[in-house]
Design a binder for this molecule. Structure first.
Ligand code: SF4
Length: 113
């Protein structure tokens, strides 16, 4: 399969072959591309951004997962963001939802409010 590495602006187009449990990658200009391709095949992950309700305000708080989470957990994390309400004040990096949806990854604030 073809895959574009998203780790830097060069955007290497890679060929990824999966055969008998072995994953071979070509077309990558550095090791980060191979690592990215293998993780996309075995356990694809994504950063998730969203908004969390602030008690007593109409404006929501922007948040994100601290690190990438498994793609299969994206809906559950978005639901946790939807269910959450935060009290001000909040600083960038504050944990808003610890261990979001059992991923082991915290959802953190991305704004000071
Ligand atoms: S393989 Fe390396 S050089 Fe190519 S896009 Fe990925 S990080 Fe950049």
């Amino acid at each position: 399969m073809k895959m574009i590495c998203i780790n830097c602006p060069r955007g290497c187009e890679m060929d990824v072959e999966c055969e008998g449990g072995n994953i071979t990658v070509s077309g990558n200009a550095c090791a980060r591309g191979e690592a990215y391709a293998k993780s996309e095949v075995v356990n694809p992950t994504r950063m998730v951004t969203g908004l969390v309700r602030i008690a007593g305000m109409r404006k929501p708080l922007p948040v994100k997962t601290r690190t990438a989470i498994p793609k299969a957990k994206i809906d559950a994390v978005l639901f946790a963001m939807h269910q959450a309400t935060v009290q001000l004040p909040v600083k960038i990096g504050d944990v808003i939802i610890p261990d979001a949806a059992g991923t082991g990854v915290d959802v953190v604030a991305t704004a000071n409010m």
